[in-house]
Write a protein that binds this ligand. Sequence first.
Ligand SMILES: [Zn+2]
Length: 248
Amino acid sequence: MGAIINSINQLLNRTGKNTKIPVLLYHNFVTDSSTVPSYNLDYTCTPSQFEENMTTLLNNGYHVISFLQLYNAVKKRDKLPAKPMIITLDDGLIGQYNYAFPIIKKLNIHAGAFIVPDWLGKTTDDGTYFTWPQANEMKKSGYIDILSHSMKHMHYLGVPINQFVSDTAESFSIINQKIGAYPIEVYAYPYGNYNIQMVQALKKSGVSIQVMDLGVDTFEKINLSNVRRLNIPINYTGEQIMQEINNE
Ligand SMILES: [Zn+2]
């Protein structure tokens, strides 16, 4: 992470109130999207699309930051680079390790991977997931932060609040044991399913950033317990992403 942080340190600014903080959301990465069922295309990206998206955004002045940098900017008024954005990868799918990770290294950028500990190393009807050693390799590279997307990826709205809180705590504790703790707890809700009781319970239990709704926040209005993201579907170009950021 040192190299990345050093390379952007030279560009840091006091972040303006109206500065947008786009958080981009990707799921699976496949080389041939014709094999993907149509209902999954909104959650699929090819390596060439991802590289085009990142290159276009970087060429247009965007700078990739981490959730920790965002947290420190909001809480401690730390400076951020101009046009900050965050890249996120959900669900721990193997395509992220095979295709997104090499591009992230090559472009010297950064991403937060929201993983589901129960799924790691498995193949289910929904996909194949990277393993704990692969998660560790990504974390140790300094390019990927391993964050929680719950223990079991359930519809937690239907679960008693205590069970939801203990499920979340278990996910962080397993990640801490197997990967090492991230300096702050960052959690993304499966399916974006949440209610105010869940948000307050996680905040009380020490979760620093909660990610759930779709959209783009400004630095002035961002709520660390309700961070919004933009989902990037198949064939979306960097230009389309920038338009969507500007329209939000
Ligand atoms: Zn998910």
